[in-house]
Write a protein of this length. Structure first.
Length: 223
C-alpha cells in the first residue's frame, strides 16, 4: 500500500494520535497538511495550518487554502475528538454540547467542506476516527458515547449519500488507545489490551489507498 501523489488533510494532526498518523502517511508517500486550533508544528514532509474545525466559516477557509496551495484534497483523515466521564444526571449542558461539538459537529463541517471538490472529481475518501464505544457502549460516559454514536450515524449517512460517486466514507472504531494521557489517567490498567496508534495509522493508510477504493460505509473495530 502506498499514498504516492495523494494530498491528505489530517484534522487534529498535532494531537497524540496525529503524532503517529501524520508521519506514517508521509512515509507512505502522501503530501500531508495538518490542521489544528493551535498552530501545529510542521514536521518533515508536512504543511501546518491553523483552523478551528468546529467553526463552519473557518473550516471553509481552511479547505479553500489547502486546495489553493495543494491543488486538491484526495483524502480527509479526521482525528479530532474529546472524552469526558459522567452519567446523564451528572452531565451539564455545557459538557454535553462540548462532546457533540468535538466528536460529531467537527466531522460534519469537515466532511461538508471537502465533499464538493471530491464529488466534482469523482474521487476521494473521508476517514473519521470514532470509537468502539459507539457500538459497544459502557456506563458512566453518556455524552461521549452518544456523541461517538452520532458520528457513526453520520458516517453511515455520508456513505449512503455518496455511494457510486467515487467518494468513500469510512470509520475506524478503536478501543482504548495507548497514549501518554490514557496511561496517566488509568495507571493500573492492562495496557497490553490497548490499541497502538500505529495500528490506527496503518488502517487509515489502507482506507486512503487506491486498494480500498471500493470500500465504503465500513465501520472497522480495532482492539
Amino acid at each position: 500500500m502506498d499514498l504516492d501523489g495523494q494530498v491528505i488533510l489530517i484534522a487534529g494532526g498535532a494531537g497524540a494520535l496525529g503524532q503517529t498518523v501524520v508521519p506514517a502517511c508521509v512515509r507512505a508517500g502522501a503530501t500531508v497538511i495538518t490542521a489544528d486550533r493551535q498552530m501545529p508544528a510542521g514536521s518533515s514532509g508536512t504543511s501546518a495550518m491553523q483552523a478551528d474545525v468546529t467553526d463552519e466559516a473557518d473550516v471553509r477557509r481552511l479547505v479553500k487554502e489547502v486546495i489553493r496551495t495543494a491543488g486538491r484534497i484526495d483524502a480527509l483523515i479526521n482525528l479530532v475528538g474529546g472524552f469526558a466521564m459522567g452519567r446523564v444526571e451528572e452531565t451539564d449542558a455545557i459538557l454535553w454540547q462540548r462532546m457533540l461539538t468535538m466528536n460529531v459537529t467537527a466531522a460534519f463541517l469537515l466532511s461538508k467542506a471537502v465533499l464538493p471538490g471530491m464529488v466534482e472529481r469523482g474521487a476521494g475518501c473521508i476517514i473519521h476516527v470514532a470509537a468502539r464505544a459507539a457500538v459497544e457502549p459502557f456506563p458512566g460516559a453518556a455524552a461521549y458515547v452518544v456523541s461517538k454514536s452520532a458520528l457513526v450515524s453520520l458516517i453511515r449517512a455520508l456513505s449512503l449519500e455518496h455511494a457510486g460517486s467515487g467518494v468513500t466514507v469510512n470509520g475506524i472504531l478503536p478501543a482504548t488507545i495507548d497514549t501518554a494521557a490514557n496511561r496517566a489517567s488509568m495507571p493500573n490498567a492492562d495496557t497490553s489490551k490497548w490499541v497502538t496508534p500505529d495500528s490506527i495509522a496503518q488502517l487509515a493508510i489502507f482506507l486512503a489507498s487506491r486498494e480500498a477504493r471500493e470500500i465504503n460505509g465500513a465501520l472497522i473495530p480495532i482492539g
